[in-house]
Design a protein around this ligand. Sequence first.
Ligand SMILES: [Cu+2]
Length: 130
Amino acid sequence: MRGMLGRMLTPSRPSVTTRFAVLTTTALLGLGLGAVAVADAGASTPRAKTSVVTIKNFAFSPKTLNVKAGTTVKVTNKDGTAHTFTANKGAFDTGDIDGGSSDTVKVKKPGTYAYHCNIHSSMKGTIRAT
Ligand SMILES: [Cu+2]
């Protein structure tokens, strides 16, 4: 009996119990990921990520935003006056975002997008999509 226990505790070869535990853990992990995928599919924008740009004191922040193509960018205007979030070459344009409001644009393709505010020409920023 003592010898058998000793062999079971020998770490050189994983016991059946250990292998079963690993299999079970893997299966549970798989189930967990499955559940996350299902939950994600139920959302309004599956797999899409959202990044944030904030407008404050007549400036965009961050000045340069790095995203993956397909990302939705939420622009929040924390000033008391309207601003726009307008790509220089027309890839996106929120139109006026009233003070205290937000709007979103989708960056569809990889590239570097310089943008500005149509109302205040000094307001500029860049989105880099990969
Ligand atoms: Cu502005």
